[in-house]
Design a protein around this ligand. Structure first.
Ligand code: ADP
Length: 645
């Protein structure tokens, strides 16, 4: 079966196609660490299945040798009669009890082997799953931010959870079924041939038919399942989107419009699913018919044989007991055969999943470091951007950014939205790497030092602060895990956060994050500032750190930020220009270029973009030159056309 693919609109198609033989890689790179468990599982599976076949065989033997007494006990064994001969006791009842003993023993022993098999396969599958998940996560964390912007987090989640789980399912259930199938085919097939070659051919007649039937079924159902998966995706995105935007829906009273849209996607899912169900519910009855035909033919031929001697072209003898064994075994043959298709299906899905996983692991798009990179050593905290150019995609965003911040100084970045201010800072943090030029901290190129040391030296307070699940204290301590409660409170006080934290239901132990107490934007921002204060970094990076707080709080925080920035190199992006009035240097960015630079006073005197922005914020809108307003309008139009967020 070719890779008639399961995930049609797979976002990782590109990478997946580059991965050759992902299953081989899975077994070599991950499976090989747990070969012992896998071998134990395989051997135990073999014995468990063989033992499972024993009771039916013993029943046949008992019918022939004990109940009807047609054949001597040892000779009733279709194979190994020479081996059992010496151990067979004389006397009917003794032989009866021997049979009971063998059947009981085989059940007991088989239970032990089943346990061992499950232990082996599960140990193998769970460990491989665990290793792959943690490795994939580690690799994913090292990808550059561009990767996260392109591939949505939903897709990452899907790889880390669905794909990894699918692998586990194959490694456990799939391999289990595969070995059962092998043992059944070889074991039962072999036994049937040993008992009566001619009748075996009759009994196995439907097997190729079942194989073809199953194959056709899988071919038909696969595209239908793909359609189901794709519509499930649509339903989920629609629901997620609507739940997220419920406030907008309510306020614009578009409930019925949205209900219709949900109904539409749900109907699509219904139709797709119904298509798959129609095919699926035909399969098992179809299989039953095929199996039934086989059963009837075997029963007829075998029955005639036992009652009247070999029918038609057949020759030789068939005992009643062995006829019973035939009937029982043929029955047990059918279902593992029917699972054959499912195993192939599981294998293909696992193959696609491991290709996606390895695709993610091999994604080259990452900010890396040399294996023997030294740590960054901050002495003065001098940061130099040397003709830096950068673009997220092909399109350049920053051009020829060139400036130096002396140790301990504060550099402010101002300019209209979309000018590239945040991007300048992201390059320092190495969320992305520059395309041209270089960034140096105390003479060391940021690409040459370890990422860890670089980011540890930088304290980043951003405009959208993310809180992790956990208490307020844990969130402040995030990254400075050895801080104690007093340090945390000290930092919170400096960030003007202590007061509101005390008013939370459980103070510093209050759970926040998505599942916990909701904090306002300003409160989150203050926690983030406290986090930076606690970290006590060499270089402070403030990306509109106070954008979300009211003017009064801003004034208070500003004081503590000023204290914090006092003796350390600080980068500050601010919309409210009053907050950066005292900066040692102000860079005005527009369209990715530095258009003005100087101190607040110098820039005001210049009468350029900065002085106009200042004018706007001072409320002197009437005094602005017409040209400035027109430029702002053009920019606005560009931003709105360019991105929709
Ligand atoms: P500012 O901080 O001055 O508002 P940014 O540095 O955030 O500006 O953005 C500069 C430009 O880069 C904008 O045009 C924005 O749309 C674009 N941009 C920002 N982040 C990304 C990203 N992850 N991928 C692609 N383009 C981006």
């Amino acid at each position: 079966m070719s890779g008639a693919d399961l995930d049609e609109d797979d976002p990782f198609e590109e990478q997946r196609e580059e991965i050759e033989n992902p299953m081989k890689r899975l077994f070599l790179e991950y499976g090989s660490n747990y070969t012992g468990a896998a071998v134990v599982g395989i051997i135990a599976s073999f014995f468990a299945r063989i033992l499972d076949l024993l009771p039916a065989l013993m029943l046949g033997i008992a019918i022939d040798a004990v109940i009807r007494q047609d054949i001597p006990y040892a000779e009733a064994f279709p194979i190994g009669s020479g081996f059992v001969g010496p151990y067979v006791p004389d006397g009917r009842m003794a032989q009866f009890w021997l049979t009971v003993g063998i059947i009981a023993g085989s059940f007991l022993l088989s239970a032990v082997f089943h346990w061992t098999r499950n232990w082996g396969f599960n140990t193998f599958a769970q460990n491989v799953q665990h290793d792959i998940r943690t490795d994939t996560y580690d690799e994913m964390q090292r990808l550059d931010m561009g990767f996260f912007a392109d591939k949505q987090t939903g897709e990452m989640m899907s790889i880390l959870s669905n794909d990894v789980n699918r692998l586990e399912k194959f490694l456990n259930d799939g391999m289990n079924s595969l070995f059962r199938l092998l043992v059944m085919v070889v074991g039962i097939g072999g036994l049937l041939f040993a008992i009566n070659r001619q009748l075996a051919l009759v009994a196995l007649l439907p097997v190729p038919l079942i194989a073809v039937f199953t194959y056709l079924f899988i071919q038909t159902i696969q595209p239908k399942y793909a359609a189901v998966r794709s519509t499930v995706g649509k339903v989920n995105s629609r629901l997620e989107n609507n739940l997220g935007g419920i406030q907008v829906i309510k306020s614009s009273t578009t409930e019925s419009y949205e209900s219709d849209r949900v109904e539409d996607v749900s109907r699509e899912y219904f139709d797709a699913n119904w298509g798959a169900i129609r095919t699926r519910i035909k399969f098992f009855p179809g299989l039953r018919v095929l199996a039934g035909i086989g059963f009837v033919i075997t029963f007829t031929v075998g029955g005639l044989w036992v009652t009247q001697g070999p029918p038609g072209p057949f020759t030789g003898g068939l005992s009643t007991g062995m006829f019973v064994v035939f009937i029982l075994y043929t029955q047990r043959f059918i279902w593992p055969m029917a699972q054959f298709g499912q195993i192939i299906n599981m294998y293909q899905r696992a193959r696609a999943s491991s290709a996606r996983i390895f695709g993610l692991m091999d994604e080259p798009n990452r900010v890396g470091e040399e294996p023997d990179a030294p740590d960054l050593e901050v002495t003065e905290g001098r940061v130099k951007y040397d003709n830096v150019s950068f673009g997220y995609d092909e399109e350049p965003i920053l051009e020829d950014i060139d400036f130096t911040v002396e140790g301990g100084e504060t550099l402010a970045l101002v300019g209209p939205t979309g000018a590239g201010k945040s991007t300048v800072l992201k390059l320092l943090l190495r969320m992305y790497d520059v395309d041209e030029g270089e960034i140096r901290v105390d003479g060391q190129r940021v690409q040459d030092v370890t990422l860890r040391s670089l980011r540890e030296s930088l304290g980043y307070v951003s405009q959208d602060t993310f809180l992790f699940y956990g208490s307020v204290e844990e969130n402040i301590k995030y990254g400075t895990f050895d801080a104690d409660r007093e340090d945390v409170i000290e930092a919170a006080k400096m960030a003007e956060a202590h007061e509101f934290i005390q008013n939370l239901p459980e103070g510093y132990d209050t759970e926040v994050g998505e599942r916990g107490v909701k904090l306002s934007g300003g409160q989150r921002q203050r926690l983030s500032i406290a986090r930076a204060i606690l970290k006590d970094p060499d270089i402070l990076v403030l990306d509109e750190a106070t954008s979300d707080v009211d003017t009064e709080t801003e004034m208070l925080i500003q004081r503590s930020i000023d204290d914090l920035a006092e003796d350390r190199t600080t980068f500050a992006i601010a919309h409210r220009l009053s907050t950066i009035k005292d900066a040692d240097q102000v860079l005005v960015l527009e369209g990715g270029e530095i258009v003005e630079r100087g101190t607040h006073e110098e820039l005001l005197e210049n009468g350029g973009l900065y002085s106009h922005l200042w004018g706007v914020q001072a409320g002197e809108i009437d005094e602005l030159p017409q040209e400035f307003i027109e430029r702002a309008q053009r920019r606005q139009a560009r931003t709105e056309a360019g991105d929709d967020d």
